[in-house]
Design a protein around this ligand. Sequence first.
Ligand code: GCU
Length: 416
Amino acid sequence: MDAAAVATLAALPDPLAGPDGRPATTPEAWRNVSRPHQFALLEQHVYGRRLPPTVTHVEGEVERGEAALADGVVATRLQARLRIGTGPKSRLIDVLVYLPRRDGPCPVFVGLNFRGNHAEHPDPGIRLSQAWLPNDEKTGIVNNRATEASRGSNSRRFPVESMLARGYGMATACSADIFPDSPEGRGDSVLAAVGRPVTGELPADEPGAIAAWAWGLSRILDWLVMLPEVDPTRVIVVGHSRLGKAALWAGACDERFAMVVSNDSGCGGAALERRRVGETVADITKRFPNWFCPAFAGYAGHVEDLPCDAHVLLAMTAPRPLYVASAIEDTGADPEGEFLAAVAAEPAWKLFGLTGLGGVAWPPVNTPVGNHVGYHVRTGKHDLLEYDWLRFADFADRHLPPPGRPASKATGASGR
Ligand code: GCU
């Protein structure tokens, strides 16, 4: 590790500290004292207060059928509409699930998408998204609405056939159903549906889009765990980029997620803010004022005063398995800063007698490392590709084996 990295790590707040500054030395002290304290710091200074759960209503019939996908793969396809809130401000979340056709409940990856469920796969049976979407002629979004031309436009990010072949179900919903991604989106978001303030000066710890997306993931989980085909103890939350930030916060807020995966989540996600490499707190809060709680923007220019950092967010997953993925050309997301946050989160797993990354150096490209915390840096750009998904599956195979089979101790390519 170079001198700059060592200095960055030394300057970080202790992720195990309780309110009196003393670090937890036992899992109980972490669970009862330090974790709630560290979680409250993230709520207060970065994401906003966690919203209470609500009853998740399923609107109408769940559509359940067979879908013939590529490569001769036949899947069970489910589509459901979840209604959040009641009355004119209520919101509908369209959820799409593909499940392998086999007996017994299976593990499922769940994550949000950017452009509608129908953009994730060319399957003509997927309902076209009704959400407000940012215009993009290239991908068939016109007048802020999806058109038929947008089907499958994002499918490189959602390799259903390969993941079903690995035994994993794949669930997704459009982030815009939960919070349309613009400063004006708040009024049409689930926050409005559950009565949060949407106009005027917001409280400093009022949740923004990332917290709303995270909360929406929990509402989707409420429904997923009721399905007989889904193993409720093996639902993995995953997300790319801004939706990777949301996946990390969802995993922090809701420990029913059995494993957490961040892909290229960068600033406000897995990357250490204090490094100020790539996108900074000043950049992100200026460009995306709707993402965080208002207090976060107050740290623009003096991030060293932030009482927490990305390693605290990552530590919230402990002792559950966590996977952090970077891409080497994704300089805006500071790949090395994502790795160093995972290094700095290690003490949280150690408390439970587990090894996180296990002291490895930042690995070469395409070389997964780690134990209960996994990491890789892929060749190429900011994106979510099949390479990434297959590594998530490898990691989940090791840490979330079917009930009755012990988790493998093997660390895969650890240390290579
Ligand atoms: C922008 C933003 C990032 C974010 C990314 C994405 O680049 O600056 O913070 O992760 O969008 O969501 O694709």
